[in-house]
Write a protein that binds this ligand. Structure first.
Ligand SMILES: Cc1cc2nc3c(=O)[nH]c(=O)nc-3n(C[C@H](O)[C@H](O)[C@H](O)COP(=O)(O)O)c2cc1C
Ligand code: SF4
Length: 325
């Protein structure tokens, strides 16, 4: 095991793109593959609503992103890298990043297809200029990614912490994006062990009125009540605060379902039809619990990619805890 991979393991670094996969395992897997070409991607697609941490890192600490990538380039033989950016980030940061990249083999590229673009097989498809549809997994990108070559895909925040770990400066922190009905929205870097309640209190965002939160993702996050905030903020670290009096749950669900319908790729029936049926129920404000549960079951268990499965958490938790269906 290389020195840096051992350090990533010791630091217990988990990927910050949402799935919290141990970073050292992914690096080791790509390193161990036998191939004459390998790729590395810093994923800055950041299409989830209410998430802005990758932009924050590129804005304030771009040199640490490049350092994290350059460590990966040294660790993984025969590799070159991409910084894969949301289109508005690409326009804003391309020149700044290219200056820092200098003659390292790193290319800054723009995504093509919105939220789904951040899904790792889509990242490979887009860099190859392929069809904008997710691929089957396995094989995982670490085995066969861009043009079939082993590809290490990590979130921008993950590379930022790789650089800190290499410098011996990592303090077990994570980025949280706080938004919604709150006094001090923004991106905060705080210890991973803090609970959601502590995060809201320490940032002076803990509400004084009746509220609930959505945690883990912008549209795909779980609804949690005030009494459930003693856990960590997982996923991409988004925390949205909703004032109970000001929030119409049907308007909220309508915004989520419009987002998922606009962002899915229509490749598979469960997600394409399931989101459409949910949208109809929400529009008519007539939720038949049995049909609602069936739709969520089918989305969760038969969607081709993770986007269809992600629809389930926000709707199920809101239906249980706020609508009390
Ligand atoms: C619909 C969808 C969107 C995603 N969007 C992003 C994204 O914007 N950025 C990201 O890093 N990972 C995103 N992911 C997760 C990636 O597939 C992948 O797990 C991640 O980039 C790996 O990085 P990590 O190991 O550092 O977490 C998304 C996944 C799905 C299913
Ligand atoms: S689950 Fe949705 S986004 Fe994923 S392949 Fe099916 S239609 Fe496309």
């Amino acid at each position: 095991m290389s020195d840096i991979i051992a350090k990533l393991e010791k630091a217990k670094l988990l990927g910050r793109g949402g799935a919290a996969f141990p970073t050292h395992l992914k690096w080791q897997m790509v390193k161990d593959q036998k191939a004459e070409t390998k790729y590395i991607v810093a994923n800055g697609s950041e299409g989830e609503p209410a998430t802005a941490k990758d932009a924050y890192i590129v804005e304030h600490y771009p040199e640490l992103l490049i350092e994290g990538l350059s460590i990966a380039l040294t660790t993984i033989d025969h590799s070159s890298a991409f910084i894969f950016l949301r289109r508005d980030y690409f326009k804003k940061y391309k020149t700044k990043l290219e200056k820092l990249i200098a003659d390292l083999p790193i290319k800054v590229v723009a995504e093509k297809g919105g939220y789904l673009s951040g899904e790792e097989t889509m990242v490979c498809q887009e860099i190859e200029n392929g069809l904008l549809r997710p691929r089957h997994k396995p094989p995982f990108p670490g085995q066969a990614g861009i043009f079939g070559y082993p590809t290490l895909i990590n979130n921008i925040e993950t590379f930022y912490y790789v650089a800190q770990i290499a410098q011996g400066k990592y303090n077990n922190e994570k980025m949280y994006t706080i938004s919604g009905d709150t006094k001090n929205p923004g991106v905060y870097e705080l210890p991973t062990e803090l609970s959601i309640k502590e995060i809201l209190k320490q940032t002076n965002n803990y509400p004084t009125t009746d509220f609930f939160v959505q945690v883990g993702g912008g549209a795909s996050g779980e609804i949690l009540l005030a009494e459930e905030l003693d856990k960590n903020a997982e996923g991409s670290g988004a925390i949205i605060v909703y004032d109970k009096k000001k929030t119409d749950p049907y308007i909220l669900m309508d915004s989520w379902i419009k987002f998922f319908m606009a962002q899915n790729c229509d490749k598979c029936t469960p997600c394409r039809e399931g989101t459409y049926r949910l949208a109809q129920m929400i529009k008519d404000k007539t939720i038949d619990k049995a049909i609602f549960d069936d739709l969520l079951f089918v989305l969760e268990n038969t969607s081709f990619c993770a986007l269809g499965k992600m629809v389930v958490t926000p709707f199920r938790s809101l239906a249980d805890k706020i609508l009390k269906l």
